[in-house]
Design a protein around this ligand. Sequence first.
Ligand code: Z16
Length: 820
Amino acid sequence: MLDNHFKKEEFKKSVKENVKMLYRKTIEEATQEQVFQAVSLAVKDVIIDNWLLTQKQYEKDDPKIVYYLSMEFLMGRALGNNLINLCAYDEVKEALDELGFDLNVIEDQEPDPALGNGGLGRLAACFLDSLTTLGYCAYGCGIRYHYGLFKQKIEDGYQVEVPDNWLKNGYPFELRRPEYAKEVKFGGYVKVEYDPATGRNHFIQEGYQSVLAVPYDMPIVGYNNNVVNTLRIWDAEAINDFRLDLFDKGEYHKAVEQENLAKNIVEVLYPNDNHYAGKELRLKQQYFFISASIQEAIEKFKKTHSDLHDLPKKVAFQLNDTHPTMTVAELMRILVDEENLEWEDAWNITTQTCAYTNHTIMSEALEKWPIELFSRLLPRIYQIIEEINRRFLLEIQQKYPGNQEKIRKMAIIYDGQVKMAHLAIAGGHSVNGVARLHTEILKKQELKDFYEMYPDKFNNKTNGITQRRFLLHGNPLLASWVTEHIGAGWITDLSQLSKLKVYADDKKAQQEFMNIKYQNKVRLAKYILEHNGIEVNPNSIFDVQVKRLHEYKRQLMNILHVMYLYNKIKEHPEMPFYPRTFIFGAKAAAGYRRAKQTIKLINAVADVINNDKSINGKIKVVFIENYRVSNAEMIFAAADVSEQISTASKEASGTGNMKFMLNGAPTIGTMDGANVEIVEEVGAENAFIFGLSSDEVINYENNGGYDPMQYFNNDPDIRNVLMQLINGTYSNGDFNMFREIYDSLLNTNSSDKADTYFILADFKSYAAAQEKVEEAYRDEERWAKMALLNTACAGKFTSDRTIQQYVDEIWHLDKVVIGK
Ligand code: Z16
């Protein structure tokens, strides 16, 4: 493995040795889980050598470092991915075969480190893979949640959340680094002391509580380049306060409080995707990991550099959404309070070092912390933000004299709230959206005023995904086929996929391509039978929507359309209909009522349709329990149709759309997020586009005029489907089970807006697009060509390309070569 010289016999010996040392067992006696631990340790051993080499190279080259600051890293399993990137997968598979174990089964023993919710967290994980494969010096900085995103169980059709105790058996790929522990302070008050020597005020936080942030490092293995970067996630431990003895017992209370703070702070990941809940503990989590990360970054910088003014030359902080925006204020605190820099200097350094990525325009996702909470928890940080705000308002007034409207809309502190997005924009040199359309909407709508003031800060970075996990590991059959046709260059240069275009009309290539898809469908069908007890036909069209459950993503429209198709088949049993399997997978935030009702509806519809013998299995509906990175890899490989049906303008980018495309599944979707660019790459004739445009949606939202009742009144198909929500068809006669969903679409008895996400407006054009899908699928050659072209045109959507653009346009990092 090291230097590509993998020694099979040595590896087998090492696994046996590990089983013996860890469990006092022979390999024959070991459980699969024990073998997983033993194999992982053997792999870690190899990785550590490269990790050390990388460290040495960094010390020698002193490259600029990017710190990717993120509350979420949705890593997925490490073992298989590490073997892939070490180019040792096949060899280890063989070695384990000879020991009597199946690598797939061993991989299955690993818990999915689910330290993220969805797109944003998975993007962070793809970025670390690309940064490392491209040879850039990068640290992921995050939180070592003791419980990741909940596991989803489906009981009686409802989602039940089960705690995800991913550390239960110990996680073999992490390394505790207590020598880098940092103290993080909360609460108390700020004492001001005038220092006559310097003529400056000094700000000292007193009466605070603190926790000890202890880092755990996870290796990030680059593909075939011996580079190993670090994901550093912070755990919290109580500070065992020896000073307590010096005080009277009155301090006992405080000691207990500090201990509780440490226990609570990293306990669990908040399960919200695209939603701000305003919880105090969440704010604590944010400051906790940011303070520890920034302290560490500055300390590291100072070890080899004497002048903090050089920080922007050597360090970049990338803020993954507004969650890490505290960075701006914490860096200012360190530079001004601890390093005694002048405010103006500190501000220049900070703004040149920080950059912010925006991931949504959904207003309910905007972080706005109440001043009361913020200033109580972080008194000094709050003061600093007040000063940043004061100066920022002066700048606005200078640019727009007398314009109160600008102040109202742009202030960082306003209306009793701290607006994190405004702080992130003011405190950095770059603001980027995550797909072209999204960035344009930011510039023209959501952040218009900021764009007017700082046009040069704004830029686009269309998201991407790593082909190493989502093709090479997740779809080995297709990966080998691609390599056979165009060589292995695509693994690190995905643009080479375009060489596949010459096979689009090649009968043999088409057949091979579709045969691989078939085998992947068989693999998924087996999983579905084992996990859902539902038999699905691998010859049917696998129509897949997997992503977080959110109203704007419109899983509801999908299932309403299934109900509509079912009605049609019942009414016209003789009509031609190509068998279809509608596959869903989605977690709903634990407190998101409407989302949870939608899961129940999907399962209720599945129950009725799957058990209706009269339709001869023409439709099957499957809800895959506990959708996560590990089963996602298998699902993308098996998909025929990719459902990307968000209300136009709402999905900032989407990244699942790219994973489907890479695996040869054409998109049925709206012109939203990165779908726009997908269609641009593959051609409109190889996708199924429908629905309102983002401009039309935004126009309705700004000017009104949308009336869903019109569709209900004028379209009997829509009316029938909606009536079935309240006439017991899918609820054993219970008229109320889906009443709230019905009301949300029509709002017969409330003054709220109805059908906020334009489901009824788009319904018929969605149904028409679905008919086109069926028509295209019936023509085997046409479909094979389309599917193949989707893979062939997916080159743009590698996170390698995205990262190179971040490097060229924002971070300006230096490339590192190990052993140079
Ligand atoms: C998230 O996953 C996303 C946005 C956000 O504000 C918060 C979370 Cl947790 C998603 C976007 O919804 C999706 O469109 C995008 O592809 C993804 O972030 C990565 O940029």
